[in-house]
Design a protein around this ligand. Structure first.
Ligand code: MCA
Ligand code: AMP
Length: 494
């Protein structure tokens, strides 16, 4: 094979529209052509980027995908970074992964330019690149590393999850098969493009299938509802927080608007929820409002999607379903036997071609997270009548808010830089809209501190979704007999 399958497949859909925004459209051929301009610009004199890390700082859409394909076709590793991250967060990702080039549009290039200059990283403003000499592009084998995504975990700093082209292809093919993606599909894209929900489940599956994507630069509720009413979509994929926001919006619009929008939702062939637990109540409310039964699925940055309710079959509220095609799932007690019976909880472990290659530059962390060739997810589940139900996470230090995975330890480390904070403990508390709300208990060195002041101080240091929503000041943190802060006791304070 001389070409990556994603590229070879795009050629078979060359005249089809890949992206539509208002009256602007881009075909698959346009993406191929644009990537053939950007790839030589990346390569310069070189024949192959040979796994050079290239960061991508672009909103989802035509230019993002053209840049992504350019990096891959030139032999680089793509590292998408969060558009709304703070400079310290960008700096961490760029330095930890050893990025050599940052690709951005003019707007984002001006924001990251000072950092690139300080780090000596080449900044490519892709808006300024309109042509390049044609160049023979290298042959990329599927075992090459393709992408690094930073994910928060049980360590203070996020880890880079490395996937190969083969891993990415396996993740795509599994979903295309299970959810019957077709060239006739049309899907909105409003999820961030530094996580696999946006990158794989929406964008890559659509482009693998010859389908059409309508990108939004952010989750623009009113604009999306307008397009739903206009019957623009056959598919919809979102996190639970978005379904909560949609329910709130539908409950507050006029009766005639609601009827039109609901009809648009009703006609879609599939609506999917994932990235965090979908409360059964939200599942049921959505069905009552729109007649659509949401399909809930479970995944993780390290493995892609692993478990899903059935497209043709039961969609059980509160359950994530059965293993996806090509994915093996087992439950295991810690250091104990593999669970074979139903109704016995254990850690979800996953094996298959979609499982990531390694954490970037962290061989010990990679080794620790595998049990033989099974990836340990750190999520607890139970099998009930053939479907898995997620029970929670093994670590209290992982918080899921708005679909984002956050590390309590990372937030604590940032808060400890505050001049008034002596000690702190960060936890996630249940929240109807966000799933969990970042909450902090603080011991002050002196003086007083109110939540608005603390939130202001966090801006520029932490991304908006990591900034505490709730604050409690205590004279001491709850500790066990060994002097260690006990998070369950911290939770019990609320
Ligand atoms: C924003 N705000 C928050 C949070 N985020 N408040 C509490 N908790 C939060 N997590 C506040 C802001 O401070 C702001 O407040 C107001 O909400 C609006 O912020 P904005 O960012 O504009 O919100 P939004 O655009 O409505 O965003 C909500 C969102 C977004 C669309 C749900 O969080 C999102 O795109 N989440 C999806 C993340 C995702 O794709 N995760 C997948 C990871 P104020 O108004 O006071 O300024 S991949 C994954 O998990 C695996 C692989 C999987 O299974 O998919
Ligand atoms: P991330 O590391 O951002 O990819 O997040 C992966 C984590 O999100 C998983 O380990 C789960 O804890 C959580 N998650 C994803 N989908 C679901 C779901 N449907 N129900 C409950 N938790 C989920």
């Amino acid at each position: 094979m001389t070409e990556l399958p994603l590229i070879a497949r795009a050629r078979t859909h060359s005249a089809s529209i890949a992206f539509r925004s208002g009256t602007t459209t881009h075909t698959y051929q346009d993406i191929l052509d644009r990537s053939e301009v950007l790839a030589p610009a990346l390569l310069g004199e070189a024949d192959d980027l040979n796994e050079t890390r290239v960061a991508l700082l672009l909103p989802g859409g035509f230019e993002y995908v053209a840049a992504q394909w350019a990096i891959w076709r030139a032999g680089g590793i793509k590292l998408p970074i969060c558009l709304s991250a703070t400079e310290p967060e960008w700096e961490y990702a760029l330095t930890d992964s050893g990025v050599s080039i940052v690709m951005a549009d003019a707007a984002m290039a001006s924001k990251i330019a000072p950092l690139c200059q300080r780090l000596g990283v080449r900044l490519m403003d892709i808006d300024a690149i309109t042509s390049a000499p044609t160049k023979t592009l290298p042959v990329i084998t599927p075992d090459r590393r393709a992408m690094i995504l930073y994910t928060s975990g049980t360590t203070s700093k996020p880890k880079g999850v490395v996937t190969t082209h083969a891993n990415i292809q396996a993740q795509i093919e599994s979903l295309v098969q299970a959810w019957e993606w077709a060239a006739s599909d049309r899907i909105p894209l409003f999820l961030p493009m530094h996580h696999i929900h946006g990158i794989i489940n929406v964008t890559s599956c659509a482009l693998w299938s010859g389908a059409m994507i309508e990108p939004f630069t952010r989750f623009d509720l009113n604009a999306i509802l307008e397009r739903v009413r206009a019957d623009a979509y056959t598919l919809f994929m979102a996190v639970p927080t978005i379904y909560v926001k949609l329910i709130q919006a539908l409950e507050s619009v006029s009766e005639s608007d609601r009827v039109g929008i609901v009809a648009g939702f009703k006609r879609m062939r599939l609506m999917v929820s994932g990235s965090a637990a979908l409360p059964a109540s939200v599942h049921e409310q959505w069905t009552a409002l729109t007649g659509q039964k949401l399909l809930e699925r479970y995944g993780m940055t390290e493995i892609g999607m692993a478990i899903s309710n059935l497209y043709h079959g039961e969609r059980r509220p509160g359950a994530v379903g059965a293993p996806l095609p090509g994915v093996e799932v087992r439950l295991k007690t810690e250091n104990g036997p593999i669970i074979t019976a139903e109704d016995e909880p254990g850690e979800i472990q996953v094996r298959g071609p979609g499982v990531f290659a390694a954490y970037w530059n962290r061989p010990e962390a990679t080794a620790e997270t595998f049990d033989g060739d099974w990836f340990r997810t750190g999520d607890m589940a139970v099998l009930e009548r053939g479907y898995y139900r997620i029970m929670g996470r093994l670590s209290v230090d992982i918080i899921k808010s708005g679909g984002y995975k956050l590390s309590a330890l990372e937030i604590e480390a940032a808060l400890l830089d505050h001049p008034l904070i002596a000690e702190c403990a960060v936890i996630g508390l249940p929240d109807e809209t966000w799933g969990e709300a970042v909450t902090v208990v603080i011991v002050l060195k002196n003086g007083t501190l109110e939540l608005p002041e603390l939130r202001d101080w966090c801006k520029g240091r932490l991304s908006v979704y990591k900034i505490p929503q709730r604050l409690k000041i205590m004279s001491e943190l709850p500790r066990n007999a060994m002097g260690k802060v006990t998070k369950p006791a911290v939770k019990a304070l609320f």
